[in-house]
Design a binder for this molecule. Structure first.
Ligand code: ZN
Ligand code: FE
Length: 256
């Protein structure tokens, strides 16, 4: 299986997975990079997976549905380009001979879902949209900190080797904040250097892995004493009572 992040807009990735014949793409905000990749890779689009309703994730769906025979899958409870098959957490989708498990991960949007699959002889894959980013997490447009914390907790329990396919290249700005929160985390400092080198060559920092994110992502580590202490340094009025995760998210919103 080949896993390819197709750059779109300023910092989106449309993920493509293919077996040399059939392909799926995730969150095609723009059809053009997908059509170009289908041609250059010589593969047919079998399925389109959508994680949430934002236009930078759905904008290319209609064009791709018309141009190919792909089936479209998306969240049960969000406004989506019809027709599509709507999925609930706990459901599954079969594509490319893989069983994708659907996870409910509300927070960024109210009905956000993620897709997880074991891949024979390779590391599993997770398509998590705008929920988990490398070194960070999505903004809370429609959900509460408690919902996002639970959603991220669910993702953090996946196998450590899982390839984390996020929908944006936000890694360096996330890591700048992460180092501010946790300056004494050696794995974080080393990971930052590694990602800076990749971006220096215009290469993607993704996919990350669940194991890496558990080690370096402050939003998966908000229950740790050092992170709680750090979050308290940033005391937004009224946020502290909602816990360290809420403080961290609020801090990051204002961080430059
Ligand atoms: Zn979004
Ligand atoms: Fe997005």
């Amino acid at each position: 299986m080949k896993l390819i992040p197709l750059p779109a807009f300023d910092d989106n990735y449309i993920w493509m997975l293919h077996d040399g014949h059939r392909a799926l793409v995730v969150d095609p905000g723009d059809a053009q990079p997908v059509l170009a990749a289908l041609q250059s890779e010589g593969v047919q689009l079998q399925g389109i997976l959508v994680t949430h309703h934002h236009p930078d994730h759905t904008g290319g769906v209609d064009v791709l549905r018309d141009a190919t025979s792909a089936s479209v899958f998306g969240p049960a409870n969000e406004r989506m380009p019809e027709p599509l098959r709507r999925l609930h957490g706990g459901g599954t989708v079969q594509l490319l001979g893989l069983d994708f498990k659907v996870l409910d991960v509300p927070g960024h949007t109210a009905g956000h879902i993620a897709y997880f699959a074991e891949v024979n002889g390779e590391a599993p894959v997770l398509f998590c949209g705008d929920t988990l980013f490398s070194g960070g997490c999505g903004r809370l447009f429609e959900g509460t900190p408690q919902q996002m914390l639970a959603s991220l907790g669910q993702l953090a329990k996946l196998p450590g080797a899982t390839r984390v396919c996020c929908a944006h290249e936000y890694t360096l700005s996330n890591l700048k904040f992460a180092v501010e929160v946790e300056p004494d985390n050696p794995q974080l400092v080393a990971y930052q250097a590694q990602c800076q080198a990749l971006r220096g060559q215009s290469l993607p920092t993704l996919p990350s892995t669940i194991e890496t994110e558990r080690q370096i992502n402050p939003f998966l580590r908000s229950e740790r004493p050092t992170i709680i202490a750090s979050a308290r340094r940033f005391d937004a009025p009224g946020v502290a009572s909602h816990g360290a995760f809420a403080m961290l998210r609020q801090w990051k919103n204002q961080y430059r």
